[in-house]
Design a protein around this ligand. Structure first.
Ligand code: BGC
Length: 285
């Protein structure tokens, strides 16, 4: 049995646990340390090192991050400190912990775990995992293979930035009831359906624990939808799964890593709504 430490960096807590990577089960108690105020890189790196020390487990460590992770660099920070943008975070974690750290996007980790051991287990074809929390995270998995950094929470739907409009935080901010929120989510999912034709949507994040409140209100055209099965543990399990895989070979040519520009505001974005031509025409006739 191979046991690997997985660590999930979240907005309110940084959680770790040893994971049996053959079964996807936790092999010991989870340990959580509150995310330091502001989630600045140095403070977060310190907490991750503390967790590694707490578990004292040998071997590589998988760590999630709530933004784009390309070749070990963190390239966006929609909901965390902007100091992360452009950092070789993998190297920072590796140095601070003395371990071989493998870093990946938080939703990608959840997607890997759900596809292999959770709600997507045994499902062929395209599985789209979406996590609804402070933001919206996405993971696209095709026949078990992840396409990383899809960032589908940053799609624009007419005048709406998806994550600002339909995340769980948006539900709370706009004081929506579950039916009203589900209507927004349905609009978003139907657009994704058109773009990706997923065989299955898996809905994760905090809302997956309250599926009875929203599931029956979601309207889709063609795809199946189920709530995530691993809930709080998906990020930890996915991080450990990645760390269990052999490290990719170093690129022959250094990739040009540039920060990504993503909208990162979860408060309402005031957008001037121009009357559509149709409406304007109707008014003038
Ligand atoms: C970030 C994603 C992340 C998601 C959930 C988004 O704002 O851009 O990278 O997966 O939030 O944390």
């Amino acid at each position: 049995m191979s046991v690997i430490l997985g660590i999930d960096i979240g907005g309110s807590g940084i959680k770790g646990a040893p994971v049996n990577v053959s079964t996807g089960q936790l092999a010991g108690e989870r340990h959580r340390i509150p995310t330091p105020e502001g989630a600045r890189p140095d403070d977060v790196v310190r907490v991750v090192a503390q967790l590694v020390e707490h578990f004292g487990l040998d071997g590589p460590v998988g760590v999630t991050f709530p933004g784009i992770v390309q070749h070990g660099h963190t390239l966006s920070a929609a909901n965390v400190d902007k100091g992360w943008i452009g950092l070789d975070a993998d190297a920072l974690f590796t140095q601070a912990t003395g371990r071989d750290v493998r870093l990946l996007n938080d939703a990608d980790a959840a997607g890997l775990a759900e596809a292999k051991f959770g709600a997507g287990r045994g499902v062929d074809g395209t599985v789209l995992v979406l996590t609804f929390g402070t933001g919206i995270g996405s993971a696209l998995v095709h026949n078990g293979v992840l396409v990383p950094n899809t960032e589908l929470g940053h799609l624009w739907l007419r005048e709406h930035h998806a994550e600002t409009w339909a995340s769980d935080r948006a539900r709370e901010r706009d004081d929506l009831n579950w039916k009203q929120w589900s209507k927004r989510v349905s609009g978003y999912l139907q657009h994704l359906e058109l773009l990706f034709s997923p065989d299955l949507f898996i809905i994760g994040g905090g809302v997956s624990k309250k599926a009875e409140k929203w599931q029956d209100h979601i309207r889709l055209e063609r795809s199946r939808l189920i709530p995530a099965a691993l809930q709080n543990e998906a990020g930890i399990v996915g991080a450990a799964l990645l760390a269990a895989q052999p490290a990719p070979p170093a690129p022959l040519v250094s990739p040009a890593l540039r920060p990504a520009r993503v909208a990162g505001r979860t408060e309402a974005v005031p957008v001037p709504v121009k009357p559509s031509k149709d409406k304007a025409r109707r008014k003038s006739s």
